[in-house]
Design a protein around this ligand. Structure first.
Ligand code: ZN
Length: 257
């Protein structure tokens, strides 16, 4: 068991290393920011149950005010349990991607279970007429089996925690979008809103200087739970829409056609 996990980790690293060096996606233009929301609802536990809807309201309003379209990585089961909320996201013109069927970690699943998870997720999205082109693993716990299955199922992109500064092909045609960081510091209490936004500004400045791609993530229930975070996030989006800032694109747009 131990050596199997060790081998899998080596294999993941080898795929990322090879892809980042030899599979880089050619890009034109300056820096780009891929902003996304992992939409988890009650799958984040009681706190998600309590604050997700309020957070989604806030976020959709904020994005509309700034005329921004981003990517919502949705836990597929929410299409059945919260169809009205997911429809609102679709109707506002945002991209919908898959964040698991019921928020399971792909690295905990064997090959056949990954297939089953993706099939069940696809059934949930189909009920709303949505066919996601992207997948983000809960806790970024991806696996070699996952990226192979995603390609075979016609997914175009996969966004995970990754140090690369540019998108690259990780398995066949599947594009890896590197996620720099997200707002988890607020979930586990390891950082303040001020620290988090400073970290994001620092990352965005670095991407601007290097003409790179940076992907930053948030959670709808944290936006709903933390009022000061919601205010600071609105301010941050305002800054990005003024002056010198990277272009904000959906993850699907960054992955290209
Ligand atoms: Zn998640």
């Amino acid at each position: 068991m131990g050596s199997g996990k060790w081998l899998e980790r080596r294999h993941r690293r080898a795929l990322s290393w090879w892809g980042a060096r030899f599979g880089r996606i050619p890009r034109r233009g300056g820096a780009v920011l891929g902003l996304f929301c992992d939409c988890e609802g009650g799958h984040a536990g009681p706190v998600g149950e309590r604050f997700a809807e309020k957070g989604l309201d806030r976020l959709l309003q904020m994005l509309a005010e700034h005329e921004l379209r981003i990517t919502f990585n949705v836990v597929a089961d929410l299409c059945r349990t919260q169809p009205r909320n997911i429809r609102r996201i679709v109707e506002a013109g945002h991209e919908i991607a898959c964040h698991g069927w019921r928020h399971e970690r792909p690295s905990d699943l064997a090959g056949a279970q990954i297939e089953e998870m993706l099939a069940k997720a696809a059934d949930c999205f189909a009920e709303l007429g949505v066919r996601p082109a992207g997948f983000r693993s809960p806790q970024s716990a991806w696996s070699v089996g996952l990226v192979r299955c995603l390609g075979a199922r016609g997914y175009r992109w996969n966004a995970e925690r990754d140090k690369a500064k540019y998108p690259y092909r990780i398995a066949g045609r599947l594009v890896r979008l590197p996620v720099a960081t997200d707002d988890w510091d607020l979930a586990d209490g390891s950082g303040t809103v001020h620290d988090l936004l400073e970290k994001w500004r620092h990352g965005v400045d670095g991407a601007m200087r290097g003409g790179q791609v940076i992907c930053l993530g948030l959670h709808e229930w944290i936006v709903g739970r933390d009022d000061d975070y919601a205010v600071a996030l609105g301010r941050f989006l305002g800054e990005l829409c003024r002056g010198e800032a990277p272009a904000i694109r959906t993850l699907g747009e960054i992955a290209g056609r």
